[in-house]
Design a protein around this ligand. Structure first.
Ligand SMILES: [Zn+2]
Length: 347
């Protein structure tokens, strides 16, 4: 198709940040949505914005489902947590191959990008760049141990593990790069210091206090929550952690992530289902969390006029989903049962 020739895709489009399904023709030119026109008698298919996984560690694909033998510190805290021992022992080729396969899986499940905490310094960042080459997928790469210099920003493991976090964050800020920090995962004692780094993203906030969350809302610091990971690591045991309802009520921007691939499959459809089952939130709020992290990259994935066209097309007629009365609720609650979707990614 030439850039001049418009492509028209018709169906029930889940449009805008409000995520309201409307029967529409979506007109695309050169990869950009040039018009969303009301239409009648559209085919029974759903056009849903692509997902963005707001927190991954793709590198630890190579340690998938190793036995969980201790607490959070024993498993994933640098420098000697089990995950880091696996990463050190892995060959560069295996590391790249693991990440490549995870990215392929994510894209097939409608995820067009992720914000990845990339361990291993420069080599770690280059391994992810190599893994994603040639794939329809755009990661926001958050390096560490020097890797941040060749990445989109820094991904700081808790400020309690990195004594010069403030200095690193300031250097990133002056270079116009992103600062993301794990904070509040097992208690709220590292959240204030994370906030003092003026971050672009706080990851987890599982135990953040009311005042800390209010600050995130007031300062418009988005939160990437990873509920499945929190439950696996036993840092959450009720719907109060992470306090998602409170985050939303305070007006925080909340993004959804899946965290370590070694323990959680990076599948946004499954992550949305879990969030719905355990936290009892409204489906549009959940779907918004699964898309909104795309604002960390170049173009948000919401379906709007003048946006790049990044969405998936689901055909519900192939299964019992044909009987759905609400495509947004069904995508959130049982999207994990969607076996295949057609991707339109123009990253
Ligand atoms: Zn993490």
């Amino acid at each position: 198709m030439s850039a001049e020739e418009p492509l028209v895709i018709s169906g029930h489009a889940i449009v805008g940040e409000e995520l309201v399904p409307v029967p529409a023709d979506i007109v695309i030119k050169g990869g950009t949505i040039v018009a969303i026109e009301d239409a009648k008698n559209v085919p029974a298919r759903w056009i849903c914005p692509a997902f963005f996984n707001a927190h991954t560690h793709l590198g630890d694909t190579i340690a998938m489902d190793c036995a969980v033998t201790g607490d959070l510190t024993a498993m994933v805290t640098p420098p000697d947590g089990l995950k880091h021992r696996y990463l050190k022992a892995a060959s560069y080729a295996d590391l790249v191959s693991g990440m490549k396969k995870s990215i392929r899986f994510m894209a097939a499940r409608g995820t067009a990008g992720c914000a990845d905490f990339r361990e291993g310094g420069n080599d770690g960042v280059s391994a992810l760049k190599r893994a994603v080459a040639g794939q329809q997928f755009r990661p926001v790469i958050l390096g560490r141990d020097g890797g941040e210099a060749v990445a989109d920003g820094v991904g700081i493991s808790s400020t309690r593990d990195v004594p010069d976090s403030g200095k690193i964050a300031a250097a990133m800020k002056s270079a116009g790069k992103l600062v993301a920090i794990h904070a509040g995962e097992r208690d709220n004692l590292d959240v204030d210091e994370a906030l003092s780094c003026d971050p672009d993203l706080i990851v987890h906030a599982t135990h953040a206090s009311y005042d800390q969350l209010r600050q995130c809302a007031e300062r418009d610091i988005p939160l990437a929550i990873c509920p499945q990971s929190n439950w696996i690591f036993s840092v959450a045991g009720s719907r109060n952690h992470p306090p998602v309802r409170r985050m939303l009520d305070l007006g925080c921007r909340v993004f959804l992530g899946t965290d370590n691939v070694m323990f959680v499959q990076p599948d946004m459809l499954a992550a949305m289902g879990f969030l719905h089952t355990v936290y009892h939130l409204d489906p549009p709020d959940i779907l918004r969390m699964a898309v909104a992290g795309s604002s960390l990259g170049k173009d948000p994935f919401f379906i709007n006029p003048r946006a790049r066209a990044n969405f998936i097309i689901v055909n519900p007629r192939r299964s019992n989903l044909a009987f759905s009365k609400d495509p947004v609720a069904t995508m959130v609650k049982r999207g994990y049962s969607v076996c295949s979707c057609k991707k339109v990614f123009n990253l």
